[in-house]
Design a protein around this ligand. Structure first.
Ligand code: SF4
Length: 511
């Protein structure tokens, strides 16, 4: 039998010269890109956050490098970063052998980067533009709902709060009426029926007025008990509900563990169950799969986020993009208007765009009655219904969208629908058929359609999923970033920024 041979192994072997960490890191390792890029940044905004005096602090560039490298290497917890700066040569090299603890790392992340990370991110993108790595003139926009760091059983629903408040108001009105029936003269002017919105003070005052008015009257025992209960609980409850409504703002729900997170229906899980979870709507713009802008929103729908997202882009780079490409979730009149006013070429689908393409001009019988399929006479400004009746313009309406955008609709009405044999399939109203038409939206949709069907449009449509959706796929699948670790919108925005920086630097290193 032959004797096995082993390579020399002596863990206690001393080196004549201590090894340098730099020698141990390959020249093309991504950690070198992180260090080199962050070393080039102007961090004056972060420096201004240090008051000066007191104990010395770790250098902000050191801290930023640790955090960006952490998010790049799928290490999102400050405790794990603390361990890494003591044991991982990449972190040790970045930190120059300094060893900040998890509290220091986390404080830097949430306090020193708050409100300034976006500017740092913009510098990195500009650096990449200058190096010819990315062109920020054409952007692909998309959003995803990412779970918040919140318990899923801690919801507060706007509808429930309204119901509870209405319950208190109705019961209070009942008690008032009862008091009026036995002591009308004694009642002071705190009639709850005159308040459209009740607050805690009004509830207290009204209960006190009722108690005062009926104190010497013989009253039902149950009413007395109810008044005692109301005095003890209702003002407190009303104050709580009003406070909750303030937190809700325009949202329908929020989570008690992270009040900035809203309950959103997430994509189906592998069992096909759509889940309602506390989450944030994370919007990004990409170009050549680099993230060039990011933001966090409370509302789950993408439609309402685009103007704000594009305004931020303009703040960051001093100009709007030349071309914006997005899917049908963004095709609203407000969004088209904003892009037109900014001179942005919009390759943005609208709902029904795909349906229209599939139908190839054929109209299904049940769709023939839809306003967009009726004949329209431009000179006379009237539609012609399937029975050949003129539908003339009656008036215009102005409606406000959820975001406050004014929409103008023209209303057209048929002359006489009585006894029409098509009435059952045409419309359900008891009067003559009325249709509303938004001409400005129609103009935008026609413009978008022409662009989307052009050669350039087809190229943008096929590039969009490969550009922006692939980035979300990479972050969720490869980087395993499927839930925010921090709570509160400001902190979540910082995490989105760190992930965006990490994603860009990793891609830069690969290129
Ligand atoms: S119901 Fe009125 S609008 Fe509809 S087809 Fe008949 S006449 Fe025309």
């Amino acid at each position: 039998m032959r004797t096995p041979t082993f390579k020399p192994y002596d863990p206690d072997q001393l080196s004549l010269l201590p090894p340098s960490l730099d020698e141990l890191i390959p020249q093309n390792h991504v950690v070198r890109v992180v260090r080199s890029v962050i070393d080039q940044l102007n961090i004056d905004d972060i420096l201004r956050k240090y008051k000066g005096g007191g104990a010395s602090s770790y250098h902000p560039k050191l801290m930023l490098k640790i955090l960006v490298y952490g998010y790049l290497s799928n290490t999102y917890s400050s405790r794990k970063m603390e361990q890494a700066v003591q044991s991982n040569i990449h972190y040790m090299w970045l930190a120059g052998m300094e060893t900040p603890d998890h509290n220091t790392i986390n404080r830097f992340r949430t306090e020193k980067l708050k409100g300034v990370l976006k500017e740092v991110f913009g510098q990195v993108v500009t650096l990449m533009v200058n190096q010819g790595l990315v062109n920020i003139k054409t952007i692909y926009v998309d959003g995803t709902k990412l779970e918040a760091n919140a318990n899923k059983y801690t919801f507060v629903w706007g509808k429930s709060i309204k119901r509870y408040k209405d319950g208190i108001k109705t019961q209070l009105e009942g008690l008032w009426k009862y008091a009026e029936s036995i002591a009308k003269e004694e009642l002071m002017d705190n009639d709850p029926t005159i308040y459209p919105e009740l607050d805690a003070a009004q509830v207290s005052k009204t209960i006190a007025s009722i108690n005062e008015a009926i104190k010497d009257k013989p009253i039902d025992k149950k009413i007395k008990q109810k008044l005692n209960y109301a005095k003890r609980n209702w003002p407190k409850k009303m104050a709580k509900y009003n406070e909750q409504e303030k937190i809700l703002g325009k949202r329908n729900s929020y989570s008690k563990t992270d009040p900035d997170a809203t309950f959103m229906r997430m994509k189906d899980d592998h069992m096909g169950n759509g889940q309602l979870k506390a989450a944030y709507n994370w919007q990004i713009s990409t170009s050549d799969q680099y993230i060039v802008n990011y933001d966090i929103y409370h509302n789950p729908t993408d439609t309402l986020t685009l103007p704000q997202h594009l305004k931020q882009y303009k703040d960051l780079y001093g100009q709007s993009p030349q071309v914006a490409v997005a899917d049908a979730g963004y095709g609203s009149e407000e969004n088209y208007e904003y892009m037109e006013s900014e001179g942005i070429e919009a390759y943005v689908k609208y709902n029904y765009f795909h349906k229209e393409q599939k139908a190839k001009g054929k109209i299904k019988p049940k769709e023939a009655f839809r306003p967009q399929h009726l004949y329209y006479n431009k000179e006379g400004d009237y539609f012609v219904c399937p029975m050949g009746q003129k539908m003339t313009k009656q008036y215009e309406t102005n409606a406000k969208t959820k975001s406050g955008f004014q929409q103008k609709q023209s209303v057209y009405e048929a002359k006489n629908c009585t006894n029409c044999p098509l009435r059952g399939v045409c419309h359900k109203s008891k009067t003559n058929r009325k249709i509303q038409f938004n001409w400005n939206l129609k103009r935008h949709k026609d413009k978008a359609k022409e662009k989307l069907l052009s050669e350039q449009g087809v190229a943008h449509r096929s590039q969009r999923p490969a550009d922006v959706e692939a980035v979300f796929g990479n972050i969720k699948q490869n980087k395993k970033f499927t839930r925010f670790n921090l709570r509160g919108k400001d902190n979540v925005l910082i995490e989105a920024g760190l992930i965006a920086l990490a994603h860009n630097l990793a891609k830069m290193a690969r290129n």
